[in-house]
Design a protein around this ligand. Structure first.
Ligand SMILES: *Cc1c(COP(=O)(O)O)cnc(C)c1O
Length: 399
């Protein structure tokens, strides 16, 4: 497709609507499909278990579902990928990729920080891969003959550090690189264009966009999609067709939501940087995140996530969480409403103290996922919540 990404968000995965005579994606809830011709059924079964995107007969919903395939096709178009494979969550998608990669070797590299549960999955060795955490500039030196995968997250959760995708791809040589691009969305960044082999999204976040779907996707080449589909069929980490429908509906407003949320975030980041209670605002473009310069070369905008470090430390952060009225004090991100959470106490709780310190996650850090509300209402709410925090932390200790 040559259309702009705004048009693709609205139309991708809907190309056959006029032929079908529909205006919304049909939802197919079948768990099994009739097999009147056994030869066709057998050939279809072999093809789907082997990782084919579709077959003459879908056979069984763990092997193929047309509603899921439709949203996969749409997301592949947004990422400029040949294929996309959807799972029941972002973590299920990452697990499938790790299990597939385990067949290439037993070692992998990752650059911190990453999403807390991704960090947990990688450090635990649960999938049989030994993960070494390195700095981006150490990758070339740490690649081993059995290194199966390099994982980066950019912008990274929760510090908004950026990682230079092209530099990591060059350092990794023949080892595949996966980019968790959940914070950027395909609106702001297309990692495959910089040589990444896989793009991973927690589609629970911006792609779904309304806080009502848990989903994960990996966009990649058709060759790389086949083993991922085989793994999905074997392990059953499926996306339900009703969730696929909601995800597809969310995609149609993705460009609009990201644009508006980003505009709000740029405004709030500037105002928060001037606030007396705020020690530092981490936001791409402000010069406060690692590799800030790659914002201009690999992204089309800074996005809608930021982190604050408060002078008042943990007590101030807790006070803000308790005082906000329009912002929702909750984990997750990328929804239409603004969410605020405390990485050290919630999303990155599973890291040990040393790993949290290495990632730059402080007790006074709050992460904000800016939504599409009126920015002045968000600012007023943050001002009153920060005022509560300032009073709380200034209060003399009770005798
Ligand atoms: C939320 C998140 C995940 C995990 O996705 P789920 O859909 O919650 O399983 C992975 N990576 C990033 C960057 C995330 O924010």
């Amino acid at each position: 497709m040559n259309e702009s990404i705004d048009t693709r968000c609205v139309h991708a995965g809907r190309e056959d609507f006029s032929r079908l005579g529909v205006h919304a994606p049909p939802i197919d809830l079948s768990t099994t499909y009739p097999v009147p011709d056994l030869d066709v059924g057998t050939a279809s079964f072999d093809a789907l278990v082997g990782g084919a995107a579709s077959a003459a007969n879908p056979i069984y919903a763990r092997l193929h579902n047309p509603t899921v395939a439709r949203v996969e096709n749409a997301i592949a178009q947004l990422e400029g990928a040949e294929a996309c494979v959807a799972y029941g969550s972002g973590m299920a998608a990452l697990t499938a990729l790790l299990l597939v990669s385990r067949q290439r070797g037993a070692h992998m590299l990752a650059v911190r920080p990453v999403y807390g549960t991704s960090d947990h999955l990688l450090s635990s060795g649960l999938t049989g891969l030994e993960c070494e955490f390195v700095r981006a500039d150490e990758i070339a030196a740490r690649i081993r003959p059995d290194t199966a995968l390099v994982l980066i997250e950019t912008p990274a959760n929760p510090t908004l550090d950026l990682v230079d995708i092209a530099a990591v791809v060059a350092a990794a040589g023949t080892v595949p690189v996966v980019v968790d691009s959940s914070f950027a969305t395909p609106i702001l960044q297309n990692p495959l264009a910089f040589g990444a082999r896989y793009v991973l999204h927690s589609a629970t976040k911006f792609l779904g966009g309304h806080g009502d779907v848990i989903a994960g996707v990996i966009a990649c080449s058709e060759t790389d999609a086949k083993p991922l589909r085989t793994m999905r069929a074997a392990t059953g980490a499926l996306l339900h067709p009703l969730a696929a429908y909601l995800l597809h509906r969310g995609l149609s407003t993705l460009a609009l939501r990201v644009e508006r949320a980003q505009r709000n975030a740029i405004e709030l980041a500037q105002r928060l940087a001037q606030h007396a209670a705020v020690r530092k605002v981490f936001f791409p473009g402000l010069g406060t995140v690692r590799n800030d310069a790659v914002l201009k070369t690999q992204m089309r905008g800074p996005g809608a996530l930021m982190a604050l470090d408060l002078h008042g430390g943990h007590a101030a952060a807790a006070a803000v969480m308790g005082a906000v009225r329009i912002l929702t004090p909750a984990v997750s991100l990328g929804a239409v409403d603004t969410l605020i959470q405390h990485p050290a106490g919630l999303t990155h709780r599973v890291l040990d103290d040393a790993a949290r310190a290495e990632c730059g996650i402080t007790p006074g850090m709050l992460r904000i996922s800016v939504g599409i509300e009126c920015v002045d209402d968000l600012w007023a709410d943050l001002q009153q919540a920060l005022a509560v925090a300032e009073r709380t932390t200034r209060m003399p200790q009770a005798a």
